[in-house]
Design a protein around this ligand. Sequence first.
Ligand code: ADP
Ligand code: ADP
Length: 231
Amino acid sequence: DATVVVDDVTKQYAVGTTVTALDGVSLSLPRGSYTAIMGPSGSGKSTLLNLVGGLDTPSAGRVTVDGHDVSTADEAERAAIRGTEIGFVFQTFNLMPRLTAVENVALPLVFDGWSRADRRQRARELLESVGLGDRLDHVPSELSGGQRQRVAIARALAPDPALILADEPTGNVDTETGATILDIFEDLHAAGNTILLVTHERHVAEHADRIVHVQDGHIRRIEELGEDTDG
Ligand code: ADP
Ligand code: ADP
């Protein structure tokens, strides 16, 4: 039972010359799976994540998320799918600078018909779960990089998305915060969420069930990581 199916996807960018970022990539993510994408810079990792997240559309091939074809959906339809089914954790945080941590986390719920009190309550609980119960009313400039990243994760989780996409979620944070973020992903995995994350760090990728190795726009190898590591 795959929640994400990437079927023979090619993505080209035409900026002067044509760059083929992905070339005939197929991948499916079983519901509840935890997959890491690794590969050198420029190999197509972010492009793949963005296509799964409906931030962009493929040049050829098909991407479906829970049966929704995000490769042919228009921007409004893709935004609706992103808003309810997909939690996207960006490397660069993308927090609203004038809003507090609680307000940032509560924001996605505005579009989901929650009352103001319920939105704030859920935001508080999520921030507590990522260890920011004492930073609820801070704005992003008053938070460290790692704290901002955790606010961004709490915000991505607010609508309770089944699919979590993360691009280098530990890329800009210190080791301790990175470990906290990986713990959060493990809890989400244990709770049945489907996780796809991009990383260039082997030790981060090893938290996943499997590692998809990408190179020059192709999947080179899929490495299955057993729960049992001593066999
Ligand atoms: P990675 O995440 O593995 O570093 P990307 O998916 O970001 O790789 O990029 C793959 C290739 O596509 C690179 O050659 C990159 O320069 C190109 N590329 C990515 N995004 C764009 C874009 N918006 N416009 C033009 N080229 C792009
Ligand atoms: P880090 O070493 O993790 O980058 P910082 O040195 O930036 O952390 O911040 C240390 C602590 O001080 C953090 O808990 C952060 O919330 C708080 N802090 C940082 N800048 C401000 C500020 N301008 N106003 C209020 N609190 C701040």
